[in-house]
Ligand binder design. Structure first.
Ligand SMILES: [Zn+2]
Ligand SMILES: [Zn+2]
Length: 104
């Protein structure tokens, strides 16, 4: 079992996988999806409906590890919107979708 302090430390040392696999995150992720009614919040702003598939860190995890599980820093997005906010991830879309689905 990890404490949030330990998780913040592992993010800082580049081990984000440990964070994404932690119970702390998996529980928080579910809570945020529920808060957002499992609806993509960016699509919602445009008056559209998409099922949320990802919980995104508004201030990126690497840059703000201390905001890793802050409700205000988390937002539910569909994969399309998530890829728009992470242009740097485009190369690994397939891999990301597969790993996200494992947590559903
Ligand atoms: Zn969307
Ligand atoms: Zn993200």
């Amino acid at each position: 079992m990890h404490t949030i302090e330990q998780l913040v430390d592992s993010i800082k040392s580049g081990n984000e996988i440990a964070f994404y696999k932690s119970m702390v995150w998996l529980r928080k992720r579910k809570q945020i999806l529920k808060r957002d009614n499992y609806e993509c919040q960016h699509c919602k702003l445009k008056g559209m409906y998409s099922k949320a598939e990802t919980v995104h860190h508004i201030k990126h995890l690497k840059d703000y590890p201390e905001l890793a599980i802050e409700d205000n820093n988390l937002i539910s997005l569909c994969n399309v919107c998530h890829n728009i906010v992470h242009p740097e991830k485009l190369k690994i879309i397939k891999k990301e979708i597969v790993s996200e689905e494992r947590w559903e």
